[in-house]
Design a protein around this ligand. Sequence first.
Ligand code: GLY
Length: 379
Amino acid sequence: MGIWSRRKFFLMSLASSFTAGAGKLLAGSLPANEAPLRAAAVPGTRPIIISSANGLHALDKGMDILRKGGDTLDAAVAVVTVVEDDPNDDSVGFGGLPNEEGEVELDASVMHGPTHRAGSVAAVRRIKNVARLAQTVMQETNHVMMVGEGARRFAVAEGFEEMNLLTEHSRKIWLAWKASSSMNWRPGVDSPEWKEHVRAIFDEDEAKIAYAERVIAHPPTGTIPCMAVDEKGDISATTTTSGLAWKIPGRVGDSPIIGAGCCVDNEVGAAGSTGKGEENIKISGGHTIIEMMRRGKSPEEACLEALGRIARNYNNDKKKLSTFHIFFYALNKDGVPGAASLWRNHYEEKGHSVYAVHDGTQARLAECKPFFDEINAHG
Ligand code: GLY
């Protein structure tokens, strides 16, 4: 199995059930010698629903709701709930990689275009379905954003189940990270015995060891944004995440920030993001994309504009920019999707970043336009 991660393997299994061409899909990347399933811009169509690549297998659920005339936010939340429930996706919900204390803390937001409403939750512990919780904040309160302990207690009052969100898989990776990063834990920082220690934690399972090594070297910020447009042109979006692995407790990324990790204007379209949230927050990426689309840019062009602003924050210094990765995803009111990534792909030496699109025929992968053509190790 080599260096495949659980998530890569998971994505590959899912993709292969949709199309043979996706059989080599790895962590949202396609090999360079393999044509993306939809290389060119995807034409506008309604209804349509899109997400980051880790939502590929769940888009059917959202499309079913849209086809039956259901609400666009219900459709988007239904998609990400599948991923939040999945212990094998360690970027979101149950099984998400924890903070530095070993506690999973989740962030999520929703925007409902037709009623111009929003809801969001941040740094929530012990509640799995935080996208639905953000929707509940929107529907049941006069607030937009709730955080931490207050958000958890609100969830319990609203009937959400409390649970331990740390899976055995996530707990073991956290233990390996602790051993690599703290003087107080044996075998200690930079110790030659560290690798042996990790081998023992994962019972010599090479794939798990390689995956743990990678997420320890490059703490991921995996997330799932999902955006939907119905037949009438109404639009909603949600973004949900366990945030940056090994973060300081209380750190909040872009996912729950309306106008950064999630943004909807029912006259224009929707935008979302994955990757290093701090960079998105500094440019209000979601709002930037909406305003660019309002001025006539395509969703893909608008995503590239947001990436350009991030690059400009670093004077286009590729060395500094290579310390992170970020993706933007957008959908306009006509049902045209687009996405762009700061770097050409995540983990593979050759390939393209991809996102997931369901335009009424079937869920498939489309290519993210890279801002820089080089690869990057961060995910
Ligand atoms: N984009 C997810 C995060 O930074 O938390």
